[in-house]
Design a protein around this ligand. Structure first.
Ligand SMILES: [Cu+2]
Length: 729
């Protein structure tokens, strides 16, 4: 190569290198790392080698992208299972039937709930897949002419087959329309406008909340009332942090009139907006250093199948449906026995029956804040669409909710529930031998679970409810709390200004902001059907035994004492660390080969009990939290722990009232009720939005299987796991 040729070569080489660099920098070719990590986008380069589960050639190569989830066409959807929720077409039909009936004398009516009237349990249990469905009926809670109606509509005949006018205290849950119209009512009042003007809030910055007012005596009876309190959204999306403290407007929800305005917060400044916004777009950059990307990849797709509302995963089968009041209902959960291959019943129906959230501030603008979110606001009605990748991982499947608005028209809440397989790096079971035995054993099985999740945003507060199914038969029910605190405005800017902590009823979280103390109780309905319908509840007490002198070097130990509950009062359980028990639901007529009754136990986790007086009006209504566990005989009309009509109710139709009838519960179809509680003393980390706090309880097989049901599961091997190869490979 002569010198000129060498120079030309060098020039071309440098130019090419610069061009490559330019292209890589400006055209943003995917980096090697990106290609390797993004399994779903670069699916065709994902490999999955499976030798344990015996694929024919031991190597699986994903062709193209994994199939995206098929969207359900709700206009054409038909029910396939007796418990499937009402479809769009069915709700339309119900709306027409009600509109054309003379039941409300052709006057104005609102529908507060339109759901499936589930067929009798015996019929559902007898139904076989593929056979025709029992007659489809709708249960409607309506409000008309100052009365609550419960109607049953037969969809085939188009007739209203039952019509009951409520004579009970209490009203149906609010509709979304009730809430959105109530918050506008104060604007009609000159007095209200003057007050907010004096507080320095523009009407255009007002954000108001409809606050259920509980029940505190005869003055508030006979009409549907709501208290409206307002905030300033000037300078922040987090208006909850800027309360117009002490200003409460009592509104009649039917006439849309202002009945009373109370202003007890004239001297309390509006807390400032700075630092309250939680949105990504409002954060000061730079953000915190990110963690490396992480995701669960399933190149072969998930191991579960969803057919309509039927879910099958591993040994589990269950029915899952969104519900406007409960959020999510799990039905007919059954697990395949590893020895016989037969499906065995565990839970006929489980759901969030009621929530009770009393605040601990007795002042005028706060004493009534004793929310019952399912029966007053609708736990499902307030369950918004989940945010893919953040609410649920990339491998999640989404289920929509189909509900009815106040005029009876159907609407779809997309992605209301998600279902996904979870692998957290946990261990399903393990054992390693140590050098003492001289045996080289290391047997470990990874734990993978299936989660069904919903998240409700009841105004400021967010509740995440997970139903998590384990391969070993355990069901974990977990509640997470996040969202935004209910804030009380204060003149204090620093703790050193406060003369007595008694004035606070909470924690000073920022200047002029108090997070008020409160509780959360979430009560679950669990119709256990362990290996059949008739079950018994057994309290297994851990009873301390004292050793008589000289019998043994020990002085004490504990024994398990079984007490079979005969009647409901035997099963009213208050948890205590110093009087511990296990709580079994057994099938007394089914025994294991060696003779133990088959059962499931409810295993409490971290929880809390209400400290309110039992005769305090909020606690009368929330009396279903007086015990952590209750057991009642199955009764179709006893599903909502606070009563069917909770709004402004006095508490005369609660789980506590039913249970005190003391009915027989031995060898009966029984329902177990469990209340998960949280005491919440806010702290600064809860401001301006709370990191999620969770607690859970378990339903765990107890002598249900002959032995460890997941003994014959395979461990993980590197070669079995999905890997993502680079583009060049
Ligand atoms: Cu809380």
């Amino acid at each position: 190569m002569d010198f000129t040729t060498y120079l030309r070569f060098l020039f071309i080489l440098t130019g090419s290198l610069l061009l490559v660099l330019f292209v890589r920098t400006w055209v943003r070719l995917p980096s090697q790392a990106k290609v390797e990590l993004d399994c779903s986008e670069y699916g065709s380069w994902c490999t999955f080698k499976n030798s344990v589960s015996g694929s024919s050639n031991g190597v699986f190569i994903q062709k193209g992208k994994p199939k995206p989830q098929q969207k359900v066409d709700h206009e054409k959807e038909v029910a396939k299972h007796p418990l499937d929720p009402l479809t769009v077409q069915e709700i339309k039909k119900v709306q027409k039937i009600v509109q054309q009936s003379s039941i409300f004398n052709h006057g104005k009516f609102t529908l507060h709930s339109v759901v499936l009237e589930e067929p009798p349990k015996e019929q559902v249990l007898l139904w076989k897949a593929g056979s025709s469905l029992p007659s489809r009926k709708a249960e409607i809670i309506a409000w008309a002419n100052g009365h609550a109606y419960k109607l049953i509509v037969d969809l085939a005949s188009g007739k209203i087959v039952d019509n009951q006018i409520s004579h009970e205290n209490g009203y149906p849950a609010m509709t979304m329309e009730d809430m959105t119209s109530a918050v506008k009512v104060p604007l009609k009042s000159k007095q209200f406008l003057e007050i907010i003007g004096k507080r320095g809030v523009n009407v255009s910055d007002l954000s108001c909340l409809p606050i259920s007012l509980g029940w505190f005596g005869a003055d508030e009876e006979g009409r549907r009332l709501i208290k409206v309190q307002c905030y300033s959204s000037a300078g922040t999306a987090n208006f909850y942090m800027r309360p117009i403290e002490g200003l409460t407007v009592l509104v009649d929800m039917d006439s849309n009139e202002v009945l009373k305005i109370t202003d007890k917060g004239k001297d309390i400044p509006l807390p400032k907006a700075e630092g309250t916004d939680y949105r990504l777009s409002a954060q000061k950059y730079p953000l915190l250093p990110p963690l490396n990307p992480i995701s669960i990849e399933q190149p072969k797709g998930p191991s579960f199948k969803v057919d309509g509302h039927q879910v099958k995963w591993g040994s589990w089968e269950f029915h899952l449906k969104p519900d406007p009041r409960a959020g999510v209902i799990i039905s007919q959960a059954a697990i395949k026995d590893p020895d016989t291959g037969k499906l065995r019943r565990v839970l006929y129906k489980g759901f969030t029956s009621e929530l009770f959230v009393p605040y601990m501030d007795p002042s005028d603008a706060w004493y009534f804040k004793t929310y019952m979110d399912a029966g007053e606001y609708g736990f499902g009605l307030t369950a918004m669409s989940l945010d893919p990748l953040n609410d649920c991982p990339r491998n999640a499947y989404y289920m929509d909710g189909v509900m009815a608005s106040a005029d009876g028209a159907p609407y779809v809440r997309p992605n209301m529930v998600c279902i996904f397989e979870r692998y957290e790096g946990d261990i399903a079971w393990r054992h390693t031998e140590c050098p003492i035995s001289g045996m080289e054993i290391r047997e470990v099985r990874p734990k993978v679970t299936l989660v069904a999740r919903m998240a409700a945003s009841v105004a400021n507060y967010d509740y995440i409810v997970d139903w998590e199914f384990q391969t070993d038969g355990l069901i974990r029910i977990k509640v997470g709390l996040s969202g935004i605190l209910m804030i009380k405005g204060t003149k204090y800017e620093n703790v050193n200004q406060i003369r007595s902590q008694d004035e606070l009823h909470g924690t000073l979280l920022a200047q002029n902001i108090i997070g008020v103390i409160h509780d959360h109780y979430v009560t679950f309905y669990l119709d256990m059907d362990v290996d059949g319908t008739d079950n018994s509840f057994v309290q297994v007490k851990m009873a301390k035994q004292t050793v008589k002198n000289g019998q043994t070097p020990r002085k004490s130990f504990w024994k398990a004492e079984r007490h079979v509950a005969q009647t409901e009062k035997d099963a009213q359980i208050k948890l205590s660390l110093y009087q511990p028990s296990e709580f079994h639901v057994i099938n007394p007529s089914k025994k294991t080969k060696i003779g133990n009754p088959v059962g499931y136990k409810v295993v409490p986790g971290g929880t809390a009990a209400s400290l309110l007086d039992h005769n305090d009006p909020p606690q009368l209504r929330g009396a279903f939290t007086n015990n952590q566990i209750w057991v009642t005989p199955y009764n179709k009309s006893e599903e909502w722990a606070g009563g069917l009509y909770v709004y402004q109710s006095k508490g005369d139709d609660t789980l506590s009232v039913w249970s005190n009838r003391n009915r027989n519960i031995e060898k009966k179809d029984i329902v177990l009720w469990y209340t998960l509680g949280f005491h919440h003393l806010p702290c600064q980390e809860d401001y301006p939005i709370m990191p999620t706090v969770s607690s859970s309880f378990d339903l765990k097989p107890t002598n249900f299987f002959e032995s460890n049901p997941i003994l014959r599961t395979a461990p993980n091997y590197e070669k079995d796991l999905p890997t993502c190869a680079a583009l060049s490979e």
